[in-house]
Structures are given as C-alpha cells and as structure tokens.
Write a protein that binds this ligand. Structure first.
Ligand code: TRP
Length: 332
C-alpha cells in the first residue's frame, strides 16, 4: 500500500521514551532533527509511555516523566501547529493494534531482537512479557499512521525491519492494509561522546553525570563539565577520533552546535583551554533560550497541547485501525 500522492510531504513517525533527562547527545543526535523535519515532512511525534512500562516503574514515575519530556520537547521547538505531538497511551489504537501485531509477529523473530536480549540480560529479576513483545507495539505505532519514514538511530534498525516484516506479512495474509515503512538514519545526527569516557556514547542509561551535559544544566554546571572533560597529554588540537577521542569529541560538539566543520575548527586552536572555553560558551548559548522557553511553559499548557495532539493523532489512527480490523476478519 502506498500513501504518497505526488507533491505531498512524506509521513514521518518517531517516538521517544519518557525516561531520564534530555542530554546533548539526544538533542544533537535526534531531537534537533525532529524540530527541523516539522518544516518539510508530515511529522508525527509520540512520547511512548506504554513502552516505558516494559521495565518496572514506580507509581507516578511515567506520568511525571511524560510531562517533563513533553515540556522539554515543546521548549526545544516542537510546534504543535506544524507536527502532531501526543502521548501513546492517549490514543487507545496503539494498544489495540499492538495486540494484532503480536498475532502476526512470530515468537522466533521476537526472540532474535538484540535489544530484548540485552535488556533482559541486564535486568536484575523480573522480565515482563511486554519487554519481549515491545517491537510489536513499536510496529503498531509506526503502521497506525501510514508512516513512510522512521528517522531513528542505528540501534533501532532491527525493530524497524521487524515493523516492515510484520506489515508485509499482514498485507500478504489479509490483503493490502499497511504502508511499508522505511528506516532512515537522521543525516544531521552528530555522535556525541561522554566527556569523561570519550570512547563511549553520551547515554542516559550509563551513570556518568560528569560526562553528560543535560539540556537543563545551569551554565556554571556546563562550564565545569566542559573544563573537566578528558583530553590527552600531547597538547595538540587535532581532529582524530581514533587517536584523540576527547579532543575530537569537543571539536565535533562545537561543530554541531555552531554548524561548522570539526577539522577546520581544529586549525583555529593551539591549546585545549581556549577550545574548551568556546565549547562551553557555544553550549550555554544553545541551552539558554531553551531553558527560558521551558520556564514559560506550565503544566496546563503542556497538557492542553498534548490533548490537542491526541485528537489529531486519533483522526489519523482510527481509520487505519478500522481498516486493520476489517482486513483480519474481526466483526466490526
Ligand atoms: N524503541 C524506540 C527507542 O527506544 C522508541 C519507539 C517506540 C519508537 N515506538 C517507536 C521509535 C516508533 C520510532 C518509531 O528509541
């Protein structure tokens, strides 16, 4: 099934979990791209709170995390006039199509998902059935919107492949119902490394507070973290990620934030100190307007935007759900 009418913008869908704070790696790697795609695609963005429940959570934690991340995304520049922005559990079709997807995904293919293997191996005890069927729900998220493009990192490749496979299988079994989505790794995505362990990606799941810049960090905090960032002893400013991971990371961050080129920027510095000072200044200039917008957004405004988003999302998802129910032979 194809949904593209020539001349229209591609339908894009992406989701983010409501866990932890948003750090510089999330922003430069993915979220900045969410903001820019609002302008040239038909973008649908979702806070995937049902997915968050696949790992044990305290009561109230997911609700608070959902409000927090929604507020940050609005402060970053998601504009509900330009995209559909909503919470997964507010649109019941996600859970509903998620079930149908569990009946067309096989036990074998879900068993091969490396994210399930990693997460279940790391878990200290309880492994939910939902953690296992997580990719079926993710497939439903995508397919409900006749999505053509899913811009997510390489770590999600296997899940997007699975969404394609189950969509093709459903279509083959029951007739043409779903648009087949494609994975696209965001082009502008900069890879931001941990400031203390520059051989690792900046990550919310790894506990490295000094190596991670959060978008809500105070300016002094940012200065301190950048000043203490790990470099090396040879004192030469050169872009060489293999040999000089720390310095190269600082150069990539500066390049990503100022829209420059890391190798070219390297030529402008003789010492680490001035480089670090410029990185800190660029980051502070980046976060200040975001933090100012955040301070203006109260919960009531965020909730109102999300309610509007859920309405608009439902208007797209409900007819697709209906199509799927009829196709697979349920009595409607
Ligand atoms: N699994 C994704 C992640 O962990 C989040 C997600 C859920 C998602 N549903 C999605 C991403 C649909 C893209 C499309 O990052």
């Amino acid at each position: 099934m194809t949904s593209t009418t020539p001349g229209t913008r591609p339908r894009v869908f992406s989701g983010i979990q409501p866990s932890g704070a948003v750090h510089l790696g999330n922003y430069l790697g993915a979220l900045r791209n969410w903001v820019s795609m609002q302008h040239d695609t038909d973008a649908v963005y979702c806070v995937v709170d049902l997915h968050a429940l696949t790992l044990p959570k305290e009561p109230g934690e997911v609700a608070q995390g959902t409000l927090d991340i929604a507020r940050i995304l609005l402060a970053l520049g998601l504009d509900p006039q330009r995209c559909v922005f909503f919470v997964q559990s507010h649109v019941h079709e996600h859970a509903e199509l998620g079930w149908l997807m569990q009946t067309v995904a096989s036990y074998g293919e879900l068993s091969r998902m490396t994210q399930f293997k990693d997460k279940s191996a790391r878990s200290s005890g309880f492994i939910s059935a939902g953690l296992f069927t997580y990719p079926a729900l993710q497939a439903a998220d995508i397919l409900l919107y006749d999505t053509e493009v899913v811009p997510v990192g390489d770590d999600q490749r296997q899940h997007i492949e699975l969404a394609r496979d189950v969509a093709l299988r459903f279509n083959a079994r029951y007739g043409d119902t779903f648009v087949i989505p494609e994975h696209r790794i965001p082009v502008a995505g900069a890879r931001v490394m941990d400031l203390q362990h520059p051989e690792n990606k900046m990550s919310k799941s790894v506990d490295s507070p000094q190596g991670t810049i959060n978008l809500l960090d105070a300016p002094q905090e940012i200065e301190k973290k950048v000043k203490r960032a790990v470099t090396d002893n040879d004192g030469e400013v050169r872009y060489d990620p293999a040999d000089k991971p720390g310095v190269s990371n600082l150069l990539s961050i500066l390049a990503a934030v100022t829209d420059g080129d890391p190798e070219q920027l390297a030529g402008q510095y003789q010492q680490y100190g001035p480089l670090k000072a410029d990185v800190a200044a660029a980051l502070i200039a980046l976060v200040e307007p975001i933090q100012a917008r955040l301070a203006q957004l109260d919960d009531a405004t965020v909730r109102a935007e999300l309610a509007l988003g859920a309405e608009r999302a439902t208007a797209i998802a409900a007819p697709v759900m209906d199509r799927a129910k009829r196709a697979c032979g349920l009595l409607v």
